[in-house]
Write a protein that binds this ligand. Structure first.
Ligand SMILES: *Cc1c(COP(=O)(O)O)cnc(C)c1O
Length: 374
């Protein structure tokens, strides 16, 4: 019998059917679009949960980063300092704004932006218009140091918390430290609306402005009047209904992701070739994905062996400064991000996994690493 496929991270709707209740409400009132009660509800509920002043629900995390850059006034030719080790969606909006990214290395103990290299980057580009830090796989960046440096150079901080909804840094939610924070509800994230994003900030006026830009920048007038370029970036009332339902199970999802991480750690602790993602006393991670780095074993070999058993795994993000589309831009740092990419593997961390599934994964890893053919 063919083994059932084990996925990295896939949508997981609530057992209670919360999402369907909110979506049904939208259907019953024929209010599937535009906007509507679920959009406002989702914005308020998420803002309250994380402790952000205001929130704008958008079509994606990517559009939220784009709007954050616009909100801080990033435009043509401006420099934006960006963590290199991330998904391309963090950096692409810099190009949408005709700005210039400068990429910064990670550090070993957070896997995220190295504050010392951020400082170097800002010394080299003191007129930088924004800094984008990422909290990869649910690990928080060194926010105290990063915020202090941003303050010193008087540059706004944008937190890409697409992967870290629910992660806290010293007891406060990631995404709420910077001038702007963004979350993603894409299909593989810790909670999902099928697709969607949220921009949060304490700046009420800017969030209102983002809502304006995101609905085609329609001026207050009976006719269609425009004095700025707009975007069609608003979340639909149906999608927001799914989000409201998913918010109710976020705590359960985090608990399960943490359980998965603990399970792997316990099961694989004897394998000297494996190091787990960092654990720091400053953060309480949502462990969106459990990631490891390997010593003396080729990660591709492990990923191939897992695939043969119908188990999905994935490398760690390939840094932006090594991507063909971004390699012409400046990079400040050494080889930490590159080494993480070259040695890392994201293990399946699907919140629907049973103990049996987890054991299946652990068994393959143990077999592969004890033969050690990497
Ligand atoms: C998923 C993700 C995004 C983009 O979010 P979308 O909702 O897919 O547009 C941005 N940054 C990081 C780090 C992500 O993982």
């Amino acid at each position: 019998m063919e083994n059932e496929r084990i996925l990295l991270s896939s949508p997981h709707m609530s057992d209670q059917g919360y999402e369907q209740e909110y979506v049904q409400e939208a259907f019953d009132t024929n209010w599937i679009a535009p906007l509507g009660a679920n959009v406002t509800g989702f914005e308020n509920e998420l803002a309250e949960l994380v402790g952000a002043g205001h929130a704008a629900a958008l079509v994606s995390g990517t559009s939220a980063i784009h709007m954050a850059l616009k909100a801080v006034g990033v435009g043509k030719g401006d420099v934006v300092i960006c963590q290199s080790l991330t998904f391309s969606a963090t950096a692409n909006p810099i190009i949408y704004q005709d700005a210039t990214p400068v990429f910064v290395d990670s550090d070993k103990d957070s896997w995220n932006m190295n504050p010392a290299y951020l400082r170097k980057a800002l010394e080299k580009y003191p007129d930088a218009k924004a800094v984008i830090v990422v909290h990869l796989y649910g690990l928080s960046a060194k926010l105290d140091e990063i915020m202090e440096i941003c303050k010193e150079f008087n540059v706004p901080l944008i937190e890409d918390a697409a992967e870290s909804l629910g992660t806290t840094y010293k007891g406060k939610y990631t995404g709420t430290f910077g001038d702007y924070g963004i979350y993603s509800f894409n299909g593989n994230k810790i909670i999902t609306t099928s697709g969607g994003g949220m921009l949060v900030s304490n700046n009420e006026e800017r969030i209102a402005k983002v809502r304006f830009w995101a609905t085609q920048a329609r001026d207050q007038a009976r006719h269609y009047q425009h004095s700025e370029i707009g975007y069609n970036y608003r979340m639909s009332n149906i999608v927001a209904g799914i989000g409201r339902g998913q918010l109710k199970v976020l705590k359960d999802r985090i608990a399960k992701k943490r359980y998965i991480h603990d399970f792997y750690k316990e099961e694989l602790k004897e394998l000297s070739q494996i190091s787990f993602m960092p654990e720091n006393d400053w953060d309480f991670s949502n462990y969106w994905l459990s990631a490891i780095t390997l010593k003396d074993v080729n990660p591709t070999y492990l990923m191939d062996e897992l695939e043969k058993e119908n188990i999905e795994s994935r490398p760690i993000w390939k840094p932006m400064h090594l991507q063909p589309v971004f390699e012409k831009y400046d990079y400040i740092g050494e080889t930490v991000a590159q080494r993480l990419f070259e040695t890392g593997v994201c293990l399946p961390s699907d919140s629907k996994m049973s103990d049996e599934d987890l054991s299946r994964v652990a068994t393959v890893i143990k077999r592969v690493l004890s033969n050690d053919k990497g």
